[in-house]
Design a protein around this ligand. Structure first.
Ligand SMILES: Nc1ncnc2c1ncn2[C@@H]1O[C@H](COP(=O)(O)OP(=O)(O)O)[C@@H](O)[C@H]1O
Ligand SMILES: [Mg+2]
Length: 313
């Protein structure tokens, strides 16, 4: 397995863990979605794959990339992991780019510094990469500054940089969330194309369940730092089994959907909200008193699992 996360728990001083017993995997050539509201722990999972952990965090469980244990590997192996095995693309491309450095410097400096490529070779590779992400006139782009390019073009540059070291795994953390719809569609098409061409594994993080269901092979739904449902994308969308997943779909209707919009009552929990039972119980339309007693275990459902007592029954 390319990425394997098993029972990952991260505590950083709040009344409850940031992540509790999170398990997921990404195979080569597979797009796996990670969906949840803001604060559910999506970015913390992505960052833990690069061993970027909250300061002073207590961590248990296992994170492995190509079988190597990320949480315990030595500094050399960790450098290698971050430089060439796993790349991350963030929501805001401007946060990755230095505004006073040219696009060409951004692309080539990384290759020279972290991969030890000679400068001329790095420049040739930068031109190839810009071409691969569909940018016209790559030579002229290398001389431009970030402010001269649109957000969509900058995200292409960041994706080009992410591909520079031929990684096996791409972590896309809300990589298209800040883009307007047409640019989002172009960027999704680009991600899908480079993913397929290079047989990349991709962890695709979004707060948008409809988008994840359309873009991914499998989807994990996260709530308050726990995975509440893991299913093949089509099944999750057609037949959600966890009340939270069903609630997310019901409050974001699609065009032509005759069902009424039903917002999930209440608000997402913070780290100060601790739970003895199911974290979703306080907002769940189907919860009973028993749901508050102990955390539900993941139960096998068609194609995956759902962590809900009502599914067990
Ligand atoms: N370095 C950190 N130290 C303490 N708490 C953190 C840290 N990083 C994230 N958190 C908390 O962990 C929770 C999950 O955050 P995050 O993973 O960024 O969620 P998401 O990406 O789903 O919005 C939030 O409550 C956030 O405040
Ligand atoms: Mg995030």
């Amino acid at each position: 397995m390319l990425l394997s996360v098993e029972g990952l728990t991260i505590e950083a001083g709040g009344r409850r863990p940031i992540l509790r017993e999170v398990s997921l995997s990404v195979g080569r050539g597979e797009i796996v979605g990670l969906v949840g509201e803001s604060g559910s722990g999506k970015s913390t999972i992505a960052r833990s794959v690069l061993r970027l952990l909250p300061a002073g965090a207590r961590v248990s469980g296992r994170v492995a990339v190509e079988g190597e244990d990320v949480l315990t590997m030595g500094q050399g192996a960790l450098r290698d992991l971050r430089a060439s095995k796993v790349s991350m693309v963030y929501q805001d491309p401007r946060s990755s780019l230095n505004p006073v450095r040219r696009i060409g410097d951004f692309l080539t400096e990384r290759m020279v510094r972290t991969l030890g490529r000679p400068k001329a070779e790095a420049r040739t590779r930068a031109l190839e990469l810009l071409d691969a992400v569909g940018m016209r006139d790559p030579g002229a782009r290398l001389r431009q500054y970030p402010h001269e390019l649109s957000g969509g073009m900058l995200q292409r540059v960041v994706i080009a940089a992410a591909l520079a070291a031929d990684p096996a795994l791409l972590l896309a953390d809300e990589a298209t969330s800040a883009l307007d719809v047409t640019t989002q569609a172009e960027t999704l098409a680009l991600l899908r194309r480079v993913q397929a061409e290079r047989e990349l594994g991709m962890l695709f993080i979004t707060h948008d369940l409809h988008l994840a269901a359309a873009f991914c092979d499998r989807v994990h739904v996260l709530y308050a730092g726990t995975v509440v449902e893991s299913r093949p994308a089509k099944e999750l969308f057609a037949d959600p089994r966890h009340p939270y997943t069903a609630g997310l779909l019901a409050c974001t209707p699609e065009l032509g959907d005759p069902r009424p919009i039903r917002p999930i009552p209440g608000r997402p929990p913070s780290l100060d909200d601790a739970f003895t039972g199911c974290p979703f119980a306080p907002r769940c339309p189907e919860a009973t008193a028993a749901c508050e007693e102990e955390p539900p275990r993941p139960v096998a459902v068609s194609g995956g699992t759902a962590a809900c007592r009502l599914v067990e029954a």
